[in-house]
Design a protein around this ligand. Structure first.
Ligand SMILES: Nc1ncnc2c1ncn2[C@@H]1O[C@H](COP(=O)(O)OP(=O)(O)OP(=O)(O)O)[C@@H](O)[C@H]1O
Length: 306
């Protein structure tokens, strides 16, 4: 019974807060409370979205999440007319009188941004640079004049005032990432941008030990292996904490020993890390070379009991 409870606790994907993360969270909360929008930028898998969610939770207001996308447009953000509703009353109460009253009205559905702005939610705009810069222009007046212009809609009001409790947290990947647009300077100028880098081995191991169902010593061995391979890739790329979590969770679930000499563990690492490493290997036989690199890293791996 105790084991079951322990497992349940470990299965729960809790947010791990070490000293650096706590400090970052409290600084960010201070800026948000002062009315400034925060922007977390950094490599994929560094923990920006999790950090944004943890920060949003601290505000204790409803959270609205929007994902940046090339096709996101004003209709998604502000809202749109979704159809018609009609009402017809035929009055034949007095035999000689026939009265017909018919009304057709358009039905309006608020977009996510409008809903968040009107009600004072905390908006997380995840990977906002994946949306076209023209779509993001709407944030200029929200952040500066505190109004949401309703342009492009047939609504009678020209704008909506931003609720005093409304706050927004942006996240993005660096500009050199595929599928990312360059952000307009005017928008960047309105944000407090904080770079979120990969955590060091110890901090990553803390997350893996908490959420990956493995012992601390095993977690550290996995994060050391992944970070060693990451250092052989380009700057700000390569396998992230996500890959370490995958290795830990699958190994725990499938009862594969965390041991660099074990063929099943080696295969697992090659499957999870192979493709990413192969992209940075300078060789024609890139997949084969990547697998050899991973095998070598596995053999060097040490699980040191603490
Ligand atoms: N402090 C933490 N505690 C627990 N899990 C974490 C923590 N930081 C990151 N993670 C986990 O690491 C993984 C990657 O984190 P996240 O999705 O926040 O990264 P990201 O920087 O937003 O990545 P991307 O740019 O690819 O969207 C997730 O599975 C997340 O749950």
């Amino acid at each position: 019974m105790t084991v079951l409870i322990e497992n349940l606790k470990k299965d729960y994907r809790s947010y791990v807060q070490d000293e650096t993360t706590k400090d970052l969270l409290s600084r960010s909360l201070r800026y948000v409370k002062a009315g400034y929008p925060i922007h977390f930028t950094g490599p994929s898998g560094a923990g920006k979205t999790s950090l944004a969610l943890a920060l949003a939770k601290k505000r204790k207001k409803p959270i609205m999440l929007i994902h940046g996308n090339h096709e996101l447009n004003n209709k998604d953000l502000i809202g749109d007319f979704t159809g018609y509703s009609s009402k017809k009353v035929v009055d034949h109460y007095v035999r000689s009188v026939y009265k017909k009253d018919e009304r057709v009205t358009e039905t309006w559905q608020d977009g996510r941004l409008l809903e968040a702005v009107k009600n004072g939610y905390t908006l997380i705009y995840d990977e906002f640079t994946r949306s076209q810069p023209t779509t993001n222009n709407i944030f200029l007046s929200i952040l500066e004049e505190r109004i949401l212009p309703l342009y492009g809609t047939k609504l009678t009001e020209p704008f909506v005032r931003v609720h005093p409790d409304f706050a927004v947290i942006f996240t993005s990947n660096p500009e050199e990432y595929a599928g990312v647009y360059k952000t307009q300077d005017a928008l960047l100028d309105r944000l407090i941008t904080i770079f979120v880098d990969y955590k060091d081995i110890e901090r990553e191991a803390e997350v893996i030990a908490n959420n990956g169902n493995v012992k601390k010593s095993e977690a550290k061995a996995i994060t050391t292996l992944v970070s060693d391979l990451r250092s052989q890739c380009n700057e700000n790329s390569g396998p992230s904490l996500r890959a370490s979590l995958m290795i830990a969770k699958i190994a725990a679930e499938s009862e594969i020993p965390i041991n660099g000499e074990n063929p099943e563990f080696q295969r697992l690492c090659m499957d999870i890390l192979g493709h990413q490493i192969s992209q940075y290997v300078d060789s024609i036989k890139s997949v084969q070379t990547a697998e050899e690199t991973i095998l070598k890293a596995c053999r060097n791996m040490q699980v040191k009991e603490e």
